[in-house]
Design a protein around this ligand. Structure first.
Ligand code: B12
Length: 138
C-alpha cells in the first residue's frame, strides 16, 4: 500500500455489534478526516464483518466504538481475528463509555488505547499519528 509517511493514514471505523449510540463515532469520523486521515465508516458491524472489511481495505487503524457494554465480549475478538488473518500490525483502538477497570483488561487483550467521552480529539489524532508513523520503517 506504500509508505505511510507519504500517504494519509487509513482508518476503518465501526460501531461494535448492535450498539445504537452513533453520535460519537460520526463526530470522530469527521474529526479524523479533518485531521487529514482517510476514514471509512462501516456503520454497525460484528467482529467478523469488521475484519472482512479490513482484509479488503488494508487500514492502518481499526477504530471500534461502543457505549452499550459489549466492549469486552466483542473488542478483543476483533484483535484475535485480525491476528488469525496475519493483520496483527493493524492498530486497534476503541472509544465510548468504558469502565476504567475494563480499559486495562482491553489493553491486556490487544486494544492499543481506549478513549472516553472527555478525550480531546487532538489526543486521539496524536496517538494515532505517533503509533502509525512511528513504526513505519521507511
Ligand atoms: C443519547 C443516549 C442514548 C440514545 C442514543 C441515540 C443515538 N442513536 O445516538 C438512546 C436513548 C437511544 C440510548 C439507548 C441506550 N443507552 Co444510552 N445514552 C445516551 C447518552 C445520554 C449520550 C450518548 C451520546 O450521544 N454522547 C455524545 C457523543 C458525542 O459522545 P460519545 O458517543 O461518548 O463519543 C465520544 C467518545 O466516547 C469518543 N468515542 C466514541 N466512539 C469512539 C470511537 C473511536 C475509535 C474513538 C477514538 C473515540 C470514540 O469520542 C466521542 C467524541 O468525544 C449516554 C450518557 C453519556 N453520558 O454518555 C447514555 C449511555 C451511553 N446509554 C447507556 C445505556 C445503558 C443505553 C441502553 C443499553 C439502555 C437500554 N437498557 O436500552 C440503550 C442502548 C441499546 C443499544 N443496543 O445500544 C449507558 C451505557 C452504560 C455503559 N456503557 O456502561 C449510558 C452511559 C447511560 C448511563 N449512564 O447509564 N442512549
Amino acid at each position: 500500500m506504500g509508505s505511510v509517511t507519504q500517504r494519509p493514514i487509513k482508518v476503518l471505523l465501526a460501531k461494535l455489534g448492535l450498539d445504537i449510540h452513533w453520535r460519537g463515532v460520526v463526530s470522530i469520523s469527521r474529526m479524523l478526516r479533518d485531521a487529514g486521515m482517510e476514514v471509512i465508516y462501516l456503520g454497525n458491524q460484528f467482529p467478523e464483518g469488521i475484519v472482512a472489511a479490513a482484509l479488503q481495505e488494508s487500514p492502518d487503524v481499526v477504530g471500534l466504538s461502543t457505549l452499550c457494554g459489549n466492549h469486552l465480549s466483542l473488542g478483543p475478538k476483533v484483535v484475535q481475528l485480525l491476528k488469525e488473518r496475519n493483520m496483527e500490525d493493524v492498530l486497534v483502538i476503541m472509544g465510548g463509555v468504558i469502565p476504567p477497570d475494563d480499559r486495562e483488561e482491553l489493553k491486556r487483550r490487544g486494544i492499543a488505547e481506549v478513549f472516553g467521552p472527555d478525550t480531546p480529539v487532538k489526543q486521539i489524532v496524536q496517538f494515532i499519528e505517533e503509533k502509525v508513523r512511528g513504526r513505519d520503517p521507511s
